[in-house]
Structure formats: C-alpha cells, structure tokens
Design a protein around this ligand. Structure first.
Ligand code: CP
Length: 308
C-alpha cells in the first residue's frame, strides 16, 4: 500500500492495519532524516499547516510544529487562549478564517470529544486530531506502538498493560485500538471507578491487581491521573492511589523479568510512577517523545499527498 485509506487522521478507529504499517515505514525513513546533520527535507514546501490548540500541550504541540518544519511546510500556530475565541468566536468561524488564508491542513487539539470529526464535516481541509477530550489521541498511540516495535522488534503478540485512569484517557482508547489492530494482547489496570462501563466491548482484559498485571506484561504504559478531568472523587486519596496503582523501583525489581515502562507525559512524578522508574533504563519515555517527531512527519506527509 502506498497511500493512506483516510483523508483525515481523526482517530485510530478509522485506520486499517495497513495504514499503521505504512505510517511506520514512512516514519522509519523520516527518523533516519532527522538524525542526519541536515534534518530537513523539501517535501512539503507548497503546503501550509495551522496548529490550533484549544487545550494546553507541550509534547504534541512542539512535536507537530517540528515535524512540519522538518518537512519544509509553512506553519501557523494558534493558541485559543490568546485569540478571538475569547471574544466568543465559534470553532467553525475560527477555522474558516484560518482556511481563508489558504491553509491546507489543520492540526487541532480540543477539549470536546468528536471536535475533529465535526470539523472534518464542515471545512475543506485535511484534519489531524491532536487529542479531542477523553476520546482519541491517534498520533500518541502511533508513536507508542512505534516505540514498542523499536524496542521489542514487533507489536504483534506482545502483552501490553495500560495502567491508571482509563475512563478519561484518550491515550488509552487510541492505544487499545492501535495495539489490537496490530495483534497485541491488551489489558487495562486501574481502580474500578476509573474503568469505563463499556470496557468489555473493547476486547481487552481487566486486572485490578497491579502486581499481577505487571507479572503478565511485556510493556506497562502508565497513565497520568488527569486531575483537570476528575469532576468527582474516583479514589480516596492520591496516596492510596499510588500505593495500589503506582509503579516504583522496588516493585519493578521484584518481578522475575524486565518489563518496558512507557508514559505519554506529562508525568506526575511520585504518583503513577516514581522518578527512579521514569529515569531508569527500563523506561522508554524519552524515546516515545523522540519518535513522536518522525511519526508526525509521516502522518502529515502521507495526508498531504492526498490533498495535492
Ligand atoms: N502526551 C501528550 O499529549 O502530552 P502534551 O499534553 O504535553 O501534548
């Protein structure tokens, strides 16, 4: 396959397994490019991309911007907190104003689930979902799987546990779709209150005992407790959460194998993961960030080839 089956990247749910393999093969090439002394290619000199962020971001925003610049695209950065959104302008009006400046692609982060899908139906540009509320974060899941493939050789057949707040996590949902599409075995682990009611329909195992989950897995993806999305109390105290679902070095060292530790960031050090685990040789957290640039270059490059 030489092109994606989709015009937008709205979620992993809409991708085929062959799309993921094409993105990974393209990312392999771009990873080689960004490790050269000249880290840039002229591929997208005629493309303009707007990054519009209605929610805070460090990794995703910088990574998309760097990916676009490495591909030689023209880049516009829009932050809702400093824009006329604050004066009451709607999402569609905001985006149509940006598009009237001849923008070809919009990368959007938005707090509302489905915001990217809504936009793709109302504007004539390629849309990339950079995280929509608690729904999906497709490029995060792609870079996560790519990092597992890099570390362990393949994703198929690997046992991956996603630990923490599954209920509010777009990273969890996109990872579940991506990992299952590639043939990984997936479990989730967390307090029952932070597991969605529909979890069984996603075809994943559920484990509420962290030690058992870690003994089973090859990879543990530790999620952040998203205090900004917790409208009620889902567990008694942060201290108790950490005691039951936090990973520390002592626990890791007591396992009879060396598992891989991942985290999408930002990390709450000392809550879901201790510093000695985050910074250990078992952690691939910074590799995930590094791979994010190559993956986003691949996604943008492949989507841009469909609008030319
Ligand atoms: N992983 C992730 O989405 O991080 P940011 O919120 O910093 O972009």
């Amino acid at each position: 396959m030489s092109e994606l089956s989709v015009k937008h990247l709205l979620g992993i749910k809409y991708l085929k397994e062959t799309d993921i393999q094409l993105i990974f093969e393209t990312a392999d090439h771009f990873k080689e490019v960004i490790n050269r002394s000249i880290k840039k290619v002229p591929s997208l000199r005629d493309i303009t991309i707007a990054n519009i962020f209605f929610e805070n971001s460090t990794r995703t925003k910088l990574s998309f911007e760097l990916a676009e610049k490495r591909l030689s695209a023209d880049v516009l950065n829009f932050s809702a907190s400093q824009s006329s959104v604050k004066k009451g302008e709607t999402l569609i009006d905001t985006v149509n104003n940006i598009l009237s400046m001849k923008v070809d692609m919009v990368v959007m982060r938005h707090p509302n689930p489905g915001a990217g899908i809504f936009l793709s139906k109302h504007v004539n540009a390629s849309i990339v979902n950079a995280g929509d509320g608690a729904h999906e974060h497709p490029t995060q899941a792609l870079l996560d799987s790519y990092s597992i493939r890099e570390k362990l050789g393949d994703v198929a057949g690997k046992n991956v546990v996603i630990v923490g707040d599954i209920l509010h996590s777009r990273v969890a949902l996109s990872n579940i779709f991506a990992l299952k599409l590639q043939g990984a075995n997936v479990k989730v682990c967390g307090p029952k209150t932070l597991l969605p009611k529909y979890i069984d329909s996603l075809g994943v195992g559920v484990e509420t005992d962290l030690r058992k989950a870690l003994e089973w897995c090859d990879v543990a993806n530790m999620l952040r407790i998203q205090n900004e999305r917790l409208d009620i109390s889902y567990f008694p105290t942060t201290r108790e959460y950490t005691q039951q679902f936090g990973v520390n070095k002592k626990l890791l060292d007591s396992l009879d194998k060396e598992i891989v530790i991942m985290h999408p960031g930002p990390i709450n050090r000392g809550v879901e993961i201790t510093s000695d685990v985050a910074d250990s040789k078992q952690s691939i957290i910074l590799n995930q960030v590094e791979n994010g640039v190559a993956i986003r270059m691949a996604v943008i490059y492949l989507l841009a080839s469909k609008i030319k």
